[in-house]
Design a binder for this molecule. Sequence first.
Ligand SMILES: NCc1[nH]cc(CCC(=O)O)c1CC(=O)O
Length: 332
Amino acid sequence: MNEAPLRLGTRGSKLAMAQAGHVAEALTARTGRPVELVEVVTAGDRSNAPVHRLGVGVFVSALRDALVAGTIDFAVHSYKDLPTATTPGLHIAAVPPRQDPRDALVARDGKTLAELEPGAVVGTGALRRIAQLHALGMPLSVTPIRGNIDTRLARVLGPDADLDAIVLARAGLARIDRADVVTETLDPMLMLPAPAQGALAVECRLDDTDLVELLAMLDHAPSRAAVIAERAMLATLEAGCSAPVAAYAVVAEGEPTGSGVDGDDVQEIYLRGAVISPDGTRDIRLSRTGTPADAAEIGKALATELLDLGADSILGPQGHDGPGTQQFGSTE
Ligand SMILES: NCc1[nH]cc(CCC(=O)O)c1CC(=O)O
């Protein structure tokens, strides 16, 4: 076949390029279609303003504009950076198999969290991580940082290192082949990740039906169900990707019923969610199980329970999504 390459739009950061490269390879391997990467410069990449002023959406909207304008055919996003509101005319055609969604500690001298000295300075950008570090009640000093992954790693591992440790997404490190620097992968019971962390969203125009069908070959149903549950919780809380909201869903084989062949491959989804005040003094955590087909309902129901326990008073007016409340964390 002699088909024109599909144009995959991506931001130019190392992480974005790596993510797009993996998806391009997977698609070509599955379908034989060549894929060409098209770099899209977003307002977020051009600006030096803090991310909390710009809003994380600026990294996404230029890619979506390019999709709508037809200058690219599809785009790959870090799913956790997508606003919960849907965009008319666009469609998430695939959620590929999710990477490890857990957060990671990168500490000097190979230390784990428990081994850090009293007074150790830990850097991290996202409010949910700051809040959960405080909630541990350890004598740590938590300091906000931002920048791309290499910039953040340099603050612990570089010649001018000024921090004892940082916390960041393991998936980001893995995608740029730097998982070797992780000194501890944090247990989600202590450090619950961001909704959709480690997952990618492959997006195209809804009316591009051939491409919708082609990209669906990259979809991984359990990863999609997990992300749907986590993001339904986030949306119901009306919180943004930088709010102190955490969620993690696992899809697993359920208990065999023993009653017959059909019952033996029943899948179960287990969703855990948390809303934590930035100083860590208030920490509401709940979980819920159900079937993957009900992922969205499970997420909504868990959010409602969290709200009943006072999550709203933690999120407050500033905890909710909006241009003034975005994270001062990373740009990747
Ligand atoms: N908001 C930044 C961001 N968006 C996606 C990732 C990492 C990869 C992922 O979670 O899919 C990161 C970095 C981080 O949180 O440390």
